[in-house]
Design a protein around this ligand. Structure first.
Ligand SMILES: *[C@@H]1O[C@H](CO)[C@@H](O)[C@H](O)[C@H]1NC(C)=O
Ligand SMILES: *[C@@H]1O[C@H](CO)[C@@H](O)[C@H](O)[C@H]1NC(C)=O
Ligand SMILES: *[C@@H]1O[C@H](CO)[C@@H](O)[C@H](O)[C@H]1NC(C)=O
Ligand SMILES: *[C@@H]1O[C@H](CO)[C@@H](O)[C@H](O)[C@H]1NC(C)=O
Ligand SMILES: *[C@@H]1O[C@H](CO)[C@@H](O)[C@H](O)[C@H]1NC(C)=O
Length: 236
């Protein structure tokens, strides 16, 4: 009931966790990249750019190792570019000269934004009630098999209306090493409200408590903000 009210108000909602260490396992091989021929990346941060004459698509893929999960190759001018962004952070546009490539999210450990990891993302007007999704321990969208087909649009922190489902991370069922929980309410592609909780020593229910609030949109009147009362009901 309360959740329906919230869902009608927000376009979508994401919960990000802050870990001490967001480390990446890197056993990335070039043949695991998803190729998108006839496309190039728009608005990406270039990490490296190579125009060696013998560079080709495979060699370009080999340059994209470790943290690198997105690259593109100019087939005409033999130009290899690697990017800092994750596949769910970039946008592409059609360009026949280029082949864009990204590592499918099933090869990523977690969905990270800076020091935060995405654990939950609610899409308004989509199937599945928030609480039922939060407590659905069978659902791990950042783990195979779900991660193999999970749409990038539902992992982005932009263009929210292009997503058609909720996201639930495996981390909810293994809640450890968490220092901060960031609850963000998005409307019309912009954050309209947030609450940051001290996550240390919590489990996946107890983090959402007024005594744990570090900061929020309603600062300094954070404790009695109406949306908090909703959330105490939803999660507590
Ligand atoms: C593709 O590459 C050719 C050759 O360098 C160039 O003339 C053309 O403008 C490029 N196309 C685009 C869309 O940049
Ligand atoms: C938003 O998503 C829609 C549907 O996926 C896409 O057509 C559109 O280009 C996207 N807009 C931006 C700004 O990325
Ligand atoms: C649970 O989380 C910890 C810390 O992030 C990690 O080391 C461990 O591998 C995880 N366990 C499972 C079963 O995913
Ligand atoms: C949504 O945001 C855009 C860009 O900031 C703005 O132009 C538009 O008026 C907003 N729409 C609504 C319904 O608030
Ligand atoms: C708390 O949030 C307010 C408003 O968003 C901001 O001005 C302030 O700097 C924040 N304080 C901390 C400690 O983050």
């Amino acid at each position: 009931m309360v959740m329906n009210v919230l869902l009608n108000v927000c376009l979508s909602l994401g919960i990000l966790l802050h870990h001490y260490c967001g480390c990446w396992a890197s056993s990335i091989r070039y043949n695991k990249f998803q190729l998108v021929p006839g496309h190039r990346v728009t608005r990406g941060t270039e990490v490296s750019r190579s125009t060696q004459p013998d560079v080709n698509l495979v060699k370009c893929a080999r340059r994209c190792l470790g943290d690198c999960t997105v690259f593109q190759f100019d087939n005409v001018n033999k130009l290899c570019v690697t990017f800092a962004e994750k596949p769910y952070e970039i946008e592409m546009t059609g360009d026949t000269n280029w082949t864009a490539a990204y590592l499918p999210t099933s090869f990523l450990n977690a969905i990270t934004y800076g020091d935060y990891t995405l654990v939950f993302r609610l899409q308004s007007g989509k199937p599945g009630l928030a609480y039922a999704t939060w407590t659905d321990t069978n659902r791990h969208d950042d783990e195979k098999p779900s991660s193999e087909t999970f749409p990038l649009a539902c992992l982005r922190m932009s263009n929210y209306s292009s997503c058609d489902r909720h996201f639930r991370s495996k981390i909810i069922d293994n809640w450890s090493g968490i220092t901060e929980v960031y609850l963000s309410v998005i409307k019309n592609d912009s954050e309209v409200a947030y609450i940051k909780f001290n996550g240390a020593g919590t489990n996946h229910y107890t983090w959402c408590h007024e005594h744990r609030i570090r900061n929020s949109t309603w600062y300094p009147d954070i404790v009695y903000g109406p949306p908090l009362r909703y959330w105490t009901h939803i999660v507590g």
